[in-house]
Design a binder for this molecule. Sequence first.
Ligand SMILES: [Zn+2]
Length: 193
Amino acid sequence: MVAVKPEYLTEYIRSHNDIHAFGNFPESPRVLELALQDENLPDEEIALTPADRKIVLTTLRKRSRDASFQSRVLNAYSYSYSCAMCNVQLRLIDAAHILPVEIDGSSDETFNGIALCAIHHRAYDRALVTFNEDFQVRLNDNRLESLEKEKLGGGTKEFRAGLRPLINLPPSRRDRPHPEYIAKANLLRGWAR
Ligand SMILES: [Zn+2]
């Protein structure tokens, strides 16, 4: 018998093989619960877990963190469930990391996230569009120019026209994109200041 919070149902469906593979030895449920709640769980606790299950634990922990980031960021912007750059809703909104997770110094803090539609999420990750510390949206004109030269510039006019001058911000100041992450992310993706 399994109970799952509705907001974690998708996550459970994705992860159930790993969750159940974690095993039935007596310490499993406690270690799993602690490990998912507290990423600083001491190694001695995890050491109760046989080595082959550590991989499962790492995967589950990452998924649990991803789900938590996703729900915190979307909640922070949830007054309209819309893209911070274009206002599109249509249930196409992702929680995008500002500074990518794989970069040193990145984090899953809500202020390292922004709610973006699928198109602007991809465009942001590929440095076609960004926003600066004053929250102004910027378009990569050089990139657009070279795409046009490659005969891949279709939709440029609409893409440009669809962007807000400033990103929408979460009502709560502490959830707003942090200037340090914005600057680091723009530097990483090659944006001139
Ligand atoms: Zn958008």
